[in-house]
Design a protein around this ligand. Structure first.
Ligand SMILES: N[C@@H](CCC(=O)N[C@@H](CS)C(=O)NCC(=O)O)C(=O)O
Length: 210
């Protein structure tokens, strides 16, 4: 199995954390999704990370489809459910995960669009401002919800998808927008990210710009 990824992508990190939590600690094969890497192009016409190539050659793309594959092939109770231990939890988990993913999408869209326009040109446009407003609102919302995603002992508790997406968003924001005045103060979200970093899945996948 081969996980094509880079060291910054929050989508790749969601997939990697989920894989590790399901017992598949696949060391990522680093690719640049902007450089026409043949390994990535052969597996994913969209040339995006993450792309997971299974042992039989089947290519899985889209972070949430990789999570879906994991849920189907490595189900509870043998493996932790990423959607929650009981059915009553699922809607809440998906709702919080969806909010965090909206923030991740807005954040990545901003970074990617800066590649084709000067930063201020995009950031100050109506679309750029909408993306920024989304990032701010989502971070504040997750900060308010952070207590519900804390557990007594993260070292011995697998995270659900909402936790994965919230922590991935927070760490990505710190990587991409350090010291930005518009970034909201989210101390509870910061504590959440810090607390879950005791788990190898999060610790091994902290994003870095190489
Ligand atoms: N919806 C996809 C998004 C993946 C994505 O946009 N990955 C970015 C890196 S953060 C990428 O590879 N971008 C290259 C491109 O857009 O061409 C997922 O959930 O996996």
């Amino acid at each position: 199995m081969q996980l094509l990824a880079n060291t910054t992508s929050p989508f790749a990190r969601v997939a990697r954390v989920a894989l590790i939590e399901k017992g598949l600690d696949v060391e990522p094969t680093l690719v640049d999704p902007w450089a026409g890497d043949k390994r990535l192009l052969d597996a994913n016409a969209a040339e995006r990370v993450p792309t997971l190539v299974l042992d039989d050659g089947t290519a899985l793309t889209e972070s949430l489809l990789i999570v879906q594959w994991l849920e189907a092939t490595r189900p509870a109770p043998k493996w932790p459910s990423l959607l929650g231990a009981d059915a009553g939890q699922v809607a809440g988990v998906l709702s919080r995960a969806g909010a965090a993913l909206g923030g991740i999408e807005a954040s990545v869209h901003t970074i990617i669009t800066r590649k084709v326009t000067a930063p201020t040109l995009f950031d100050e446009t109506p679309v750029g401002l909408k993306r920024r407003r989304t990032m701010v609102d989502v971070m504040l919302k997750l900060d308010a919800l952070a207590d519900s995603m804390q557990v007594a002992n993260p070292a011995s508790t697998a995270p659900t998808l909402d936790v994965i997406c919230a922590v991935v968003l927070y760490d990505y924001q710190m990587l991409r927008y350090p010291n930005q005045t518009w970034l909201p103060h989210t101390p509870k979200l910061a504590s959440l990210a810090q607390a879950w970093r005791v788990r190898p899945s999060f610790a091994k996948s902290v994003p870095v710009i190489l």
